[in-house]
Write a protein that binds this ligand. Structure first.
Ligand code: G6P
Length: 486
């Protein structure tokens, strides 16, 4: 993206890359569990600029006295983070309410009914306005490049466009876009579409999501759609719709510091009390009902039922980072998963052998790498997922070219990672058989598949994702300048 050298870059997202909490000891910094942050942070470190996000650390701001702006990363500042402090009411309506009880289930179509409250919508609109105002305030030029992230901020593009008509606004939708029938149940479908169409470029993970979006526009608003160029024009203002599959950093920034897979395995086996000859299956997710954790555990249970020889030997570690847990739907889901894990352990456990270990707490990056390197099998069974970066992190962490990936066909990643064992997570038998096949796969076959997967993640890394979007943006800017002259 050297074409944009010298241009001003502003990222705007709900989630911040570093969460600052203050307690008696002082300020502590945490990293959130978020695919979005995993992907955007390396880009920001590479191009500096400003990142605007909701300040989600210690709730009572007066008590903690945190500044609006900080330089991050804390130990090696490279860009600036501008925080928007939301009141509890704003956070309730905008984030928990409209974004996570409305848009999240609306777009994932994971059999959880979206809830649309008028008051949540009002809060969503008001908070989107606050984010847009912050972009305008931070902008030092008339034509910054603004990168708007995800479903929390669907109205920001049009709101920024109103004040900064020359801005290049790149919006990326990190979750799926459903078909028009599904999207059409949203009472504010028009407003959301028009909000997004304030963008210069609107990106999705897959062609399929782009197609769904174009069909939704066609169904619900007056617009000219040029299918062959993927362009939508509303009152002569054009938006380019394109797919940009997101990814992770490559090479992995901490690669040099990793313990050997054997040492990782040793550490994990010791800590979790597994038998020496354990076959370790691993799931890593936010504790979210779209991730297919119930289906995955059912498949583990079915596999142990069919293959008694693996009892006492196969173990499954499920890391589930707490997320959005004030919402009923999330709490009920967590309880359901806990019940199923206990059921499986009661059925197949004996002595100190427990086949399922549920680690329902946040794990930092180093702890995850250790688990990825210790595992024989990584299982990703999302019922629907924009991309899913856990599978790419697993592959990136296996420089020993061992380990098997079992991957849901309903994650965007399945369109790139063909050498995984691809499953329909709703089909318990098929998933159980894939995990069994993975457990028995020869080291040679593991190597062949892993080498290929690693090439994919290496070649289509996050810099390529951002680079393609930014160079498309550079082309648009050039075109706009040329047209101005005519
Ligand atoms: C997904 C969304 C992100 C979100 C993340 C974590 O990856 O696409 O926008 O930040 O989940 O969820 P949370 O609600 O904790 O931000």
């Amino acid at each position: 993206h050297s074409e944009l050298r010298g241009d001003e870059i502003i990222v705007v997202s709900n989630r911040e890359p570093y969460i600052h909490d203050r307690d008696q000891q002082g300020v502590r910094v945490r990293r959130p569990a978020s695919g979005l942050v995993t992907a955007i942070e390396p880009v920001m470190r590479a191009c500096s600029g400003t990142w605007i996000a909701h300040g989600s650390g210690t709730a009572d701001r007066d008590m903690v006295d945190l500044d609006d702006r900080v330089s991050v990363p804390p130990d090696h500042p490279m860009y600036s983070l501008r925080r928007i402090w939301l009141t509890p009411e704003e956070e309730q309506g905008y984030y928990y309410g409209f974004a996570n009880e409305g848009l999240w289930p609306l777009c994932h179509v994971a059999h959880v009914r979206p809830v649309f409250r008028e008051s949540d919508w009002e809060a969503y609109r008001a908070v989107n306005q606050r984010f847009a105002d912050a972009v305008v305030e931070e902008a030092r030029t008339e034509d910054p490049v603004v990168l708007v992230q995800d479903y929390h901020l669907a109205l920001v593009p049009a709101l920024v466009r109103e004040k900064l008509p020359q801005a290049t606004i790149l919006t990326f939708w990190h979750i799926p876009w459903p078909n028009p029938e599904s999207f059409g149940i949203c009472p504010w479908r028009r407003e959301i579409l028009l909000g997004l169409l304030g963008s210069t470029i609107l990106g999705f993970h897959t062609k399929f999501h782009c197609k769904n979006f174009l069909e939704t526009v066609d169904r619900f608003i007056e617009a000219r759609i040029e299918h062959e160029h993927s362009v939508v024009a509303v009152a002569e203002r054009e938006t380019f719709i394109e797919s940009y599959p997101i990814s992770i950093e490559w090479p992995h920034p901490t690669e040099g510091e990793w313990a050997s897979p054997a040492d990782c395995r040793h550490a994990v086996i010791g800590r979790l009390g597994f038998p020496e000859h354990a076959i370790i299956g691993l799931g890593v997710d936010r504790f979210d009902y779209t991730k297919g954790i119930v289906e995955r555990l059912n498949a583990v249970e079915r596999m142990l039922e069919k293959h008694p020889n693996l009892r006492g030997r196969f173990v499954f570690v499920q890391v589930a980072s707490p997320t959005r847990s004030t919402l009923d739907e999330y709490r009920a889901f967590q309880q359901q998963v806990e019940r199923i894990a206990s059921r499986i352990n009661a059925r197949f456990g004996s002595g100190c052998y427990q086949p399922v270990v549920l680690l329902a707490e946040h794990h930092d990056h180093g702890q995850l790498i250790e688990l990825y390197r210790a595992a024989d099998i990584c299982v990703v069974t999302s019922l629907h997922d924009g991309m899913n970066l856990v599978c790419k992190e697993f592959v990136a962490s296996r420089d020993d070219e061992q380990g098997v990936l079992v991957l849901s066909r309903f994650a965007g990643a399945a369109r790139e990672m063909h050498e995984a064992l691809i499953v329909n997570p709703y089909h318990v038998e098929e998933t159980a058989d894939a995990i069994y096949r993975a457990a028995r796969m020869s080291s040679g076959e593991q190597r062949e598949r892993m080498i290929s997967l690693r090439h994919t993640v290496r070649d289509f890394n996050v810099f390529r994702w951002a680079g393609r979007m930014l160079s498309d943006a550079a082309r648009w800017r050039l075109r706009a300048r040329v047209e101005e002259r005519v």
